[in-house]
Design a protein around this ligand. Structure first.
Ligand code: UDP
Ligand code: MG
Length: 168
């Protein structure tokens, strides 16, 4: 199996429960390389685009609230790209099943996830599920220059008259 990339999100419940260190330690068992990492606030557009495959589900609006941190008063996620051999399978295995009640009890989701009364699975971590999805998601969450390896083809572009923030 060739090198592969996967997006990982530590979701707002993971941050609120102070699980960041714990989750990163678990993921380090994979021996994969972290090639990008940041704390990000999640706009409605980003959340809806990220979970667009679920937009017809009855729990979609709660899911968007969840990812945006509205259920945990933590308006941020930690986003990372892990890279290496068989990255998706290795990370999904450690994460466990989507439904935390069905996830193996020793997995990340089995250990720390829960199902809320509204029915949303609060499962503390997101892992891409296959190559194409990983590419779509990584391009959604990161600019090319935030990733320290060349994962996907890039092109040069000139941004004109764009206002940016600098240190005062
Ligand atoms: N989800 C949920 N109820 C469901 C299915 C999914 O609350 O019946 C949530 C859950 O947080 C999950 C996310 O929607 O992680 C994305 O669902 P997907 O089927 O892509 O599962 P994943 O790839 O995260 O395991
Ligand atoms: Mg998925």
């Amino acid at each position: 199996m060739a090198n592969q990339a996967t997006l990982i999100l530590i979701k707002p419940d993971g941050l609120k429960k102070s699980l960041t260190g714990n989750i990163l330690t678990r993921l380090s068992e994979t021996k994969l390389e972290i090639v990008a990492a940041k704390i990000a606030t999640v706009s409605r557009e980003l959340a809806e685009e990220h979970y667009r495959h679920l937009k017809d589900k009855p729990f979609f609006s709660d899911l968007i609230k969840y990812l945006r941190g509205e259920l945990h008063n933590r308006r941020k996620v930690m986003a990372l790209v892990y890279w290496g051999e068989d990255a998706i399978k290795k990370c999904r295995q450690l994460a466990g099943s989507t439904n935390p009640e069905e996830a193996e009890s020793t997995s990340i989701r089995g250990s720390y996830g829960r199902i809320t009364t509204s029915g949303v699975y609060e499962n503390v971590i997101h892992v891409s599920s296959e190559d194409k999805e990983a590419e779509r998601e990584i391009k959604l969450w990161f600019h090319p220059d935030e990733i320290i390896v060349n994962l996907y083809p890039t092109k040069e572009a000139v941004e004109k008259e764009k206002k940016i923030k600098v240190w005062a």
